[in-house]
Unconditional design. Sequence first.
Length: 284
Amino acid sequence: MSRVFEALQQLSPGELEDRSPEGDLMAQASSVLTALAGEVAQLDTVRQFSLPAIPASRLVAMSEPHTLAAEKLRGLAARLHQMRSRRSGKRILIASAVRGDGKSMMSANLAVTLASQGDRTLLIDGDLHKPTLHQLMGIRERRGFTEWCDQRSSIADYMFREERMPFWFLPAGATVDQPITNIQSPATSELLSKLGNWFDWIVIDSPPLVPLADSTVWSTMSDLLLLVVREGATPRKALVKALDAIDKSKLFAVVLNAALSSESKYYRQYYIGSSGTTENMDRK
């Protein structure tokens, strides 16, 4: 229903004027919805893949659902759904101050969590400098966003769909010298707007905020920003610079990675006898 409402919103005010409720307006709305249905149908024909459901993949949202890590992710997903009851927003940028804070693992696990709950979710590898998500997904082909920028064919030609859940993945594609040129192009902004009609959630894994400007550009096209910080590792100065670079009105949450906590012990005790091994999300 949300995608139908968004499609109707695409009608400009001028198109709404002087139209009878039973005439041209309904015809225009029908045309928009028919086009939207055709575009969405493309998503079911994209290449399929299967996420590795083993602990070594570190996709705890799928392989270890009874761990504290997976529970934390479900809690974050619940907060996102609660937020949607108060304000609109479905494009989530996952960023960090520096490399190594765990943003890519957080991006993948959050996207899988949302998809496992039945939400149509797209994960975009927006790190065009050093993309890694295709390896985590177990996908060898690198063609993705940068190739779409060059050829402008259907974006569905570059996507993959997980065969067991409503989860789609768009790889970054081949690395380029000046990726910010592709990111800040009007075509990319238009693409994200279109994808917003196709999916319930769009999770974008961005490059580090310091010293690159790519994340800042991605954030202008995102509704929410989730900042990943690694305890005892993220340099304080880099974190300050990162916070200065973002639009704080979009900051939805800060995830403290590798944080020491006693919660894991109590969570294991709660699930003893009903689950296998447990693992702390702090290592993700």
